[in-house]
Structures are given as C-alpha cells and as structure tokens.
Design a protein around this ligand. Structure first.
Ligand SMILES: [Zn+2]
Length: 699
C-alpha cells in the first residue's frame, strides 16, 4: 500500500510535538584548535555564490544570465583567475530551494571544484539560512516545522521583496540535521575545501524566532545558568514555566528604549548570542569530523559601528572562538574624507585577530568609490588581516577588472607570504569591549569606545581590541583602556585591579565600572580604589585627566570623552556611523594618558600626518617585527617618515628592510641605535603601503 506523503508528515509532526524532545542545548562547545593548514598559504578570493535558480526566481537578472553563469563555472575562468593570483573560489552549495531543485547548480559547483583543484586552487561552498518554500517544502515536507515564527506564530520572510524565502530556525533539530546533509554533500561528495554559512546571526527584534524549540531552549538556558536563589535575585522569583521570550511588538518597541535594564530582555539577548555561537560551533565540529582540512567561514556581518550583540545576536568574544574566517560587509571603506575623518575597517580586523581568525571583505575595484581605490583596500588587508586579502572580484572577472595597482599588490602578497605568515599583533594598549556595556547601553559605551579607538588609530599607538574573555590575559599589554565601559562584574573588577597592582597601566573614562554586569547601580565605581575617585564628576566639571598610582601601576581617569560632533540620540538599536568618527575634542589628553600609563615608552613611534596608520606584528619563529604603514590619503604621498622602535627588553634591532608594492621597492634602511635599545630609521617614501621588516637580536 502506498502511504500518502502529506498524511505521513502530519503524523510525524504530531508525534514530534507530542513526544516533546528535549530542548536543543545552547551550552558552549569546546573550540577546535587544530585548523586547516592550507589557510596559512594566504587567501585571495573571489565569490559568486548566487545559484542560477535564485537569480531567476529573484528577478531583475541580465537577459543572458544563463550564459554569464556558464562562463563563471568554466575552466577558462578558473585559469584566468589563477593568472591573477586568485587561489580560492566560493560558488553556491545550497541556497535554500532544495537539493533536487538546485541540482543543476550543484553540478556546476562540482565541475568548478574539479577545474579549480586541477589548477591547484581551493573551492568553498555557500550555504544559505532561508527556505525557498515553493520548491523546498515539496522535497522536505517536514521543513514546514523548521520555519522561524514571530510572537504570533507567523512565519518571517527574508525581506519585503523576497517573500519566497522563509527564515529557517537553527534551534530546530530537524533543520540542523538537514544542514548536516548539505555539509556532507559539500565535504565528502564535492570535495570542497571550505564551507560558508551566510547569516551567522539573528534578525533584529522583533524578527527573532519564537518557535517552540526557541522557547523551550530559552527556559533551559536560564535553568542551566542560574540556581533558584540566583533566579530570584535576577527576576524576583524562580519559576520559569511561564517565562517566554520578550515581545518587541509594543508601539514603543525595542527602538524606544535607550538602555536595556529589563533582566528578561537582557537574558533573551544573551540567549540569542549563545544560540548563534552554538550553531557555528556545531558546524565546526561536524565539518572537522568529516575532514579536518576543510575550513569553516561565516557571515555575522561584523560591524563595530553597531551594537551587534543586542541587534543580531553576535557576541564576537564567543562566536569567533570557532571557525576560521568571518565576513564584514560594513560600509567603512578605507578613506581620508574631505572633512578630515579616517574611515577604516581596522576595528573589524583587530577584533578578528584578537580571536585568532581572519576577515573576508570586499577589496575588489567593483565595490568601491574612487576615493577608496582597490589597492588601498588591499593595503589595509595586508597590514591588518591575517594572510587574507579578501574578495577581489567576481568569478567572471576577465582580468581587466583588476587595476594595475591591485595586481601589483596581489603579486606583492604572494611574494612576501613567508614574511607575513604566522604573525601576532604587538599591542601596547588593549581596548575592552564589555558586552553588558556596549550591547545594552550603546549610546554611551559604544560611542566612547569607538572614539577612543579612533584616537589610538590616528595617534599610531599599537593596540588590540579585546573582549570580556580576554581579561585574564591582560599581562600581554602595557595599558588597559576602559572607555565608558559602565557594566563590569565584581570578578572583572578584581582582574583589572590585580593587573594594575602588578604594574599594568589603566586609562578609564566616564562611567566605567559604575554598574554590575546585570546593570545594577553601585553606590560608587567598582574600581573606585583604583581610580582614586568614587563617582563620575558632574557633567559641567572640566574633563581634566586625573593621574594616580595604584600598587605598581599608573592610572589615568578622564571624566569624559568629548565628541566633536553630537552623537545620535540614545536608542537600543544603535548605529554610530563613520560620519561621527572625527577625533574627540580631548583626543590629545587620551593619547597622552595612554603614553603615561604605559610607564615605559611605546613599542613604536612614527611621525606622520593623522591619515597615516601603523600596525605592528611579530613573527616569533624568525625573531622579526613587521611594521606596516598605510596612507589612507593616496593623493598625498609622504616622504621621510621618521620612526623609532623599542624592542622588548634584552633585544636590539639588527636590521631594517623596507618593502612596498608601490614602485616595487625593496631596500635596507639605515639604523641609528641608541644605548637604551631603541633604534631610529627613516622611511624615504610612502605612497600607500609600506612594510618594514625589523630583525631582532639578543643584546
Ligand atoms: Zn526557533
């Protein structure tokens, strides 16, 4: 007897609800330390991941779209890309129409992978996060149960135009099982070298899933994190059976709030981040089990001008413990603007580096405006990324789309891989991104942190961006900076106190440490003893820095960072775009405070205009320091830039060599060594990018 597929599926769906499988866990998974070795070869990528079926269903494509799609997947294109120095291509693996519906696209990816491997290149595969239900549901009848639903149980669409795409819930075990099938196809069958997951994030409220799995997982998350007495302290009571995700459909909505104090809303935001991190970690573990040489890459849409932890469930400090590469599609293309702002993606690069990963971003000529030429974007990636120049163009690039300068930069990258590989940042200062501060009070904590970073970038102070998890590794830095990081736990305050007592420097501004991690108000700063004052000064008091000593460490408290442009009004869904990134009025106080708190001189001082930035890195295996210089204002090339470097105690600089793709420079620089171990040299010319290789030797 033939069973009716729909009847069967209805019975299965009923069964699934009836047996109430345990809630999916969002508990952290251990990161996989052993990463694919090929990533160290350096990456120059092109991607064109939209399958033909999607281009047609979306509409608005070219008349000859099929022809273009065929060219993209041809051997001829692969060979052209190889000649340009491209070594990784990312086509589609599964967009969301179903594996049978996308069979033609999957076959094209299979052919492309064969061509690429034949020519010594790597291939990734794109996996989407939505379900194109018009075809998908007939292939996967149970997928009707995988939809993300709102508070009222209604499905949510990708956007208002692409309503043929339902959002799929990764907290749904059925959808996660399906994704494993797709990963297996990519890794085992097609032999891909990398798997890409788009939308490695949540949609903004109120478009967060409230399906049965999410609701049960949320309650389990609360139960796992808190004992009954802790729950009572958190909510006033300990029973969870009626606790539900907070609705944000009220008229004022999330947007109407200026700061998040509601404990359930805070926990819901943390649950969302725990979910995203957990899904990414599960992908990582599964791919690793299939083939440890296959890389994982995701698109959480990194953007440090937004409070992405609250908005989209992206907690950099946990998410980036997993996988290999993440995307940023932020609009901050490298530029020195006419009104004197330095626009960069340095924050994203630095955050990703602190977590030991690298960044994908658009560096090809097709993506940007004249004031952000492709080679400037490549210079930025060369200086700040880890062996990864990002996406330099489309798969159908015929070679003429890359500018001559961009080609020179890609050649330079391949020629200098040995010098660029296996390096770590040398950072004198660390800027803390405290989750409970930045994500829940962005108009204060995100604004001050962004401006402090801007000061460090334009003052050429080597710094790292760190997250809550890094507070137990502070001894790597000379100075910690708390830029209005208002919400710090007692344990975090203790770690900071111990760091300063042992000789670490601290620069703190405004309201730092006035609140706990639950945003409960302390009667005085959590770090009052360290700051030497007990509470923030009055808003009209002068912002004069207050220097003091705590234990063996130096401390500077600055009453506030003074924006030179009034920031946007407070709101929970916050953006602090680069039009506000002018240096704060008291930027000199901040830069001097960092220098003083360090106790000793900084590792490097470079005398240059404020549109020239530096990055200092170390290649431990060869005892080499790498000083990268980037001129964000290419129409103003610089000459005779003076630099002084202070190597670690017990070392001296033996040799300095300058290399640059601008005019193919390779030259040894004259060194003037001082008795204190520092060495000075002059960089004769800087058009856009320069790399000084400094050989260290024991004194
Ligand atoms: Zn859900």
């Amino acid at each position: 007897m033939r069973s009716h597929p729909f009847l069967l599926c209805a019975i299965l769906a009923l069964f699934e609800v009836a047996c109430q499988k345990p809630a999916p866990s969002v508990a952290p998974l251990e990161p996989i330390r052993e990463r694919p070795k090929w990533l160290k070869d350096g990456i120059v990528m092109v991607g064109n991941w939209e399958p033909l079926i999607f281009r047609e269903r979306r509409g608005g494509q070219a008349v000859d779209e099929r022809k273009l799609w065929e060219v993209e997947h041809s051997e001829q294109t692969v060979m052209k890309l190889k000649a340009l120095g491209v070594n990784l291509i990312i086509p589609s693996l599964h967009k969301g129409f179903g594996l049978r519906a996308e069979a033609e696209d999957i076959a094209a990816t299979r052919r492309l992978a064969e061509f690429a491997h034949k020519h010594g290149m790597r291939v990734g595969g794109y996996i989407g996060a939505t379900m194109a239900y018009e075809t998908f549901f007939s292939e996967e009848p149970r997928a009707r149960d995988w939809i993300k639903v709102n508070e009222f149980g209604r499905p949510m669409y990708y956007n208002s135009e692409q309503t043929f795409r339902y959002l799929a819930c990764r907290n749904n075990p059925g959808y996660m099982e399906f994704l494993k099938k797709v990963m297996r196809l990519g890794v085992k069958d097609l032999g891909l070298d990398l798997i890409h997951f788009d939308q490695m994030e949540m949609w903004s409220e109120p478009r967060s899933c409230r399906c049965e799995y999410c609701k049960r997982a949320f309650r389990a998350f609360l139960r796992a994190n808190y004992s009954d007495p802790q729950l009572t302290a958190r909510f006033g009571f300990a029973r969870l059976d009626s606790m539900a995700p907070p609705p944000f459909n009220a008229v004022s909505g999330a947007i109407g709030m200026e700061e998040l104090v509601n404990p359930l809303m805070q926990e819901w935001a943390r649950f969302r981040t725990a979910s995203v991190t957990r899904h990414y970690a599960e992908f990582d573990h599964y791919i690793h089990s299939l083939n440890p040489e296959v890389a994982l890459e995701g698109n959480p849409n990194l953007n440090f001008s937004q409070n992405l932890g609250w908005r989209n469930g992206v907690d950099y400090g946990t998410l980036l413990a997993h996988g290999d590469i993440v995307w940023s599609e932020e609009p901050n293309f490298a530029e020195w603007t006419a009104d004197g702002r330095l626009v960069s993606k340095i924050r994203s690069f630095k955050a990703v580096r602190s977590m030991g990963k690298s960044l994908f971003l658009y560096t090809g000529p097709g993506y940007t405006q004249p004031q952000s030429p492709s080679h400037l974007l490549l210079a930025e990636a060369m200086a700040y990324n880890d062996m990864n120049l990002g996406d330099v163009g489309a798969v159908n690039a015929d070679g003429t789309t890359l500018t001559p300068e961009a080609r020179d930069y890609i050649d330079f990258f391949h020629r200098h891989k040995r010098e660029l590989v296996n390096t770590t940042e040398v950072a004198d200062a660390a800027v803390l991104h405290s989750f409970a501060s930045v994500e829940f009070n962005p108009a204060v904590s995100l604004v001050s942190k962004t401006l402090a970073e801007q000061v460090l970038i334009q003052s050429r102070i080597p710094f790292a961006m760190i997250f809550d998890r890094h507070l137990d590794q502070l001894d790597k830095y000379k100075v910690l900076i708390l830029a209005d990081q208002d919400a710090l736990s007692d344990a975090q305050c203790s770690r900071i106190r111990a760091f300063v007592a042992a000789g670490g420097g601290l620069v703190a501004t405004g309201t730092s440490s006035m609140l706990t991690e639950w945003r409960l108000h302390r009667s005085k700063f959590g770090l009052a003893d360290v700051f030497g004052i007990s509470e923030p000064l009055a808003a009209d008091a002068p912002a004069k820095p207050i220097r003091s000593q705590y234990g063996k460490g130096r401390v500077v408290y600055i009453p506030r960072i003074e924006p030179s442009i009034e920031p946007p009004d407070p709101a929970m869904t916050y953006t602090f775009p680069n039009v506000y990134w002018t240096l704060p009025r008291n930027h000199r106080d901040l830069a001097e405070a960092v220098g003083w708190a360090a106790g000793v001189d900084l590792s490097v001082r470079v005398e240059a205009p404020e549109f020239v930035t530096i990055e200092l890195a170390e290649q431990k295996a060869t005892g080499t320091w790498l000083l990268h210089l980037v001129n964000y204002n290419p129409p103003r090339p610089q000459a005779n830039i003076r630099a002084r470097v202070r190597p670690p105690a017990g070392f001296a600089i033996k040799q300095a060599k300058l290399a640059s793709p601008d005019g193919n420079v390779e030259q040894t620089l004259a060194l003037t060594a001082a008795s204190d171990g520092t060495a000075a040299f002059t960089i004769p010319k800087l058009k856009v990018y320069g790399l000084v290789l400094l050989t260290l030797e024991k004194r």
